[in-house]
Design a protein around this ligand. Structure first.
Ligand code: GLV
Ligand code: MN
Ligand code: MN
Ligand code: MN
Length: 424
């Protein structure tokens, strides 16, 4: 198979560049800045364009009630559970052009290549573009795959509100998806546990290891466990000139201490796999001459060991108790998600290793510290992921970059693996 697979590298490179033009971000000089928030006009344009590409190649296209897109190549045994691949095309503010997109356009290119090679797959091969892998708009990532795997209750999902809008104007997912044309019942998104025979996701590494080692490809053996929390700190606001310092309960000063406590406890595990980030900080009323009365922080905390992640949370909560007493503020905690890690299927890892061997590659087996829709697909299907190097390990930035050669190699390995799995 390896010799027959001829990926159209110029087309893939040019399609990645075209997809990057569907962006809200201003151009930058150090790369390609992409902002494509779920159900924004650019996201909707990107979806329409992807569907056109897939239709032009004769694949069947459908989307579900949350907007997950399914691009299907029906096999000679259409009732056999399909082999599937995919990723996401939404992008966080000021991100790059490879995160997720390589798995979607690369997956499409893999299917086209196999079709062109004359393969007639026994199992259907399906490409999935997931809705809102990124948490930007609704505060929680992997919306599409959480619903598909039955991890998120459909009613709770529909009630999710825009995370970065004021509480009185934030729209719900139900409102936003309806306006985007996705009106079905979210309960219909869930797939049965044997719907897919196997699931593969191609993605950039988003870390430095492959590049550092000069290894062109990684096989993910497990995905770290992410969690998200929202803290609301309420103090006492007032005039920045007139409210005397000893009388203050400044919510932002308390938030600053909390952020540093989070960093301290994440570092205190002395384990490289513990990471904690406060990535947003909304200050109310947000005026230079007004003492902050309320602050909302979003915390992203991850670990390969969920027990260790929870012990960091417990240490943070103890500091919160002290902070409350010392500063006289109220601090409330809202859990957004606390997910378990996922393990790749040993069979799929082995199959990918075999495919790599036919391409003359010794892949690195590795943990994914970033989360992916595969984390949730693992609950309903055997999964594995293929990583390709990205320059300096950079991701979620405009200077994110993967070479056409690495991207093409990833697609080649993906295509060979899909072909093997489709005949199982
Ligand atoms: C998803 O993009 C993540 O934050 O890992
Ligand atoms: Mn991302
Ligand atoms: Mn991604
Ligand atoms: Mn991700």
């Amino acid at each position: 198979m390896a010799q027959q697979i001829q990926i159209d590298q110029p087309r893939l490179t040019s399609e990645l560049a075209t997809l990057a033009t569907f962006t809200d971000a201003e151009p930058v000089s150090n790369g390609t800045s992409v902002t494509r928030i779920v159900f924004s006009p650019d996201d909707l344009r990107a979806r329409a364009w992807l569907k056109e590409l897939a239709t032009a190649d004769g694949f069947e296209v459908r989307d579900d009630a949350v907007g997950n897109i399914f691009i299907r190549w029906t096999g000679t045994d259409p009732d056999a559970p399909a082999v599937a691949t995919g990723s996401h095309t939404d992008a966080i503010p000021h991100a790059g052009m490879y995160d997720g997109t390589v798995g979607v356009l690369g997956g499409l290119e893999a299917m086209r290549t196999l079709k062109r090679s004359g393969l007639q797959p026994r199992r259907s091969i399906e490409l999935v573009m997931f809705t809102s892998e990124e948490p930007t708009r609704f505060g929680i990532g992997c919306l599409g795959s959480r619903l598909m795997s039955g991890t998120l209750d459909p009613k709770q999902a529909d009630a999710l509100r825009e995370a970065n809008e004021p509480a009185d104007t934030a729209k719900t997912l139900a409102q936003v998806r309806t306006a985007a044309g996705f009106t079905g019942d979210l309960a219909s998104v869930k797939l049965s546990p044997n719907h897919y025979h196997a699931w593969l996701e191609l993605h950039i590494e988003q870390g430095p290891l492959l590049e550092r080692e000069g290894t062109p490809l990684g096989i993910v053996t497990s995905i770290a466990a992410p969690a998200g929390y929202r803290f609301t700190i309420s103090g006492l606001g007032g005039h920045a000139g007139a409210l005397l310092m000893p009388d203050r309960k400044d919510a932002l000063c308390a938030a600053a201490e909390l952020i540093l406590a989070i960093e301290k406890h994440a570092l205190a595990t002395h384990v490289i796999d513990t990471v904690a980030t406060v990535g947003t900080c909304d200050v109310h009323p947000g005026a230079v001459n007004s003492v902050p009365s309320r602050v909302v922080l979003q915390l992203d905390i991850r670990d390969t060991d969920p027990t260790r992640r929870e012990s960091v949370m417990q240490a943070i909560r103890r500091d919160i108790e002290t902070l409350r007493q010392r500063r006289g503020v109220i601090i409330t905690e809202q859990i957004i998600n606390a997910d378990a890690p996922a393990q790749s299927s040993p069979h799929l890892v082995e199959l990918l290793e075999e495919v790599c061997a036919t391409h003359g590659i010794s892949p690195r087996k590795m943990v994914s510290r970033a989360y992916h829709d595969s984390l949730f697909m693992a609950r309903i299907a055997p999964i594995a992921m293929i990583f390709i190097p990205c320059r300096n390990g950079v991701s979620h930035r405009p200077d994110e970059y993967a070479t056409p050669a690495h991207t093409t190699l990833g697609v080649q390995v993906l295509a060979s693996a899909l072909a093997k799995l489709a005949s199982e």
